[in-house]
Design a protein around this ligand. Structure first.
Ligand code: AMP
Length: 282
């Protein structure tokens, strides 16, 4: 496995792979890898000749007062895991390498999809994501790029960007990987103390309760949302950021559950904000 920190060297290497006729799968991450990230790597390994994993804690997707400085990092451990996952190349640039002095170019997807859910409390977040992902696409030249359904709004926005800006690649969505007790894996779970870790199970529990209510025949979105909120509130430390149900194709409002809907949650435990979601089809 090769590790690159230089944009030019990474790009040259990827060009060389393409010249040899190989397909490239890219897995963008912020590191501190867990089994969720490794599920993306496995999908890429299965689908492409070459697997590139990027590790970059992207400063421009963090707002003031968010956890950019504290975000967990462990490049040595990540490299070991990726070596075992038969990854061909890791791209781990510095901030200066990605955003040199005077940097001033941004990519932004506008519209409803970028204004709801996480965008409400993180207004510059998705502009930072689409900018860095565009740069990674130009540097790593993937045929396919792999994203987790864990960040449902993120993958929807990236799919829209790829479609509308005609990036010559396809996006592959990978289902959410959970702990045995249902907590969705996240690098941010390390922030939770033992009590918060227990309370955080309410995320998956409320999603499952909502799913069961829908499966029992309830179609009224307000009623399902009400159950979601009630269930989350059974956890004394949980502070709801949002608990929403939207059309899964474009995040438009729905009153009646039909087709595929996205049930999406953001809940804070202490200072740690966790997100989770579930797709339900009727
Ligand atoms: P991050 O390092 O948190 O930016 O995540 C990098 C990629 O891994 C994103 O596409 C995430 O959606 C995906 N990911 C993170 N956690 C999970 C999980 N529990 N299951 C599946 N994919 C995940």
């Amino acid at each position: 496995m090769q590790t690159f920190t230089s944009v030019i060297k990474m790009q040259e290497w990827c060009k060389e792979q393409k010249r040899e006729g190989k397909t490239i799968g890219l897995v963008p991450t912020m590191g501190y890898l867990h089994q969720g990230h490794l599920a993306l790597v496995r999908e890429a390994r299965r689908a492409c000749d070459i697997v590139v994993v990027s590790i970059f804690v992207n400063p421009i997707q963090f707002g003031v007062g968010e956890d950019f400085e504290d975000y967990p990092r462990d490049l040595d451990k990540d490299s070991l895991l990726l070596e075992q996952g038969q990854v061909d190349a890791v791209f781990a640039p510095s901030i200066k390498e990605m955003y040199p002095l005077g940097y001033n170019s941004f990519v932004e997807v506008l519209g409803e999809i970028s204004q709801k859910l996480c965008a409400q409390s993180r207004p510059i977040h998705f502009r930072g994501v689409t900018t860095v992902v565009s740069k990674l696409f130009h540097i790593c030249l993937p045929d396919q790029a792999f994203f987790g359904q864990k960040d449902a709004q993120q993958v929807m926005i990236i799919e829209k960007m790829v479609r509308e800006l005609n990036f010559p690649l396809s996006i592959v969505r990978v289902p959410i990987v959970r702990e045995e007790d249902g907590l969705a894996l996240s690098s941010r779970n390390v922030y939770l103390d033992a009590e918060q870790r227990k309370q955080a199970l309410v995320l998956n529990r409320s999603l499952q309760a909502a799913r069961e209510l829908i499966q029992s025949g309830e179609r009224n979105v307000a009623k399902v949302k009400s159950l979601l909120e009630q269930t989350i509130k059974t956890s004394p430390g949980a502070i709801i950021g949002y608990a929403e149900i939207y059309d899964a194709s474009d995040l438009t409002e729905v009153e009646e559950i039909k087709g595929q809907v996205l049930i999406a949650l953001a809940v804070k435990f202490g200072t740690t904000r966790l997100i989770d979601n579930l797709l339900v089809e009727v």
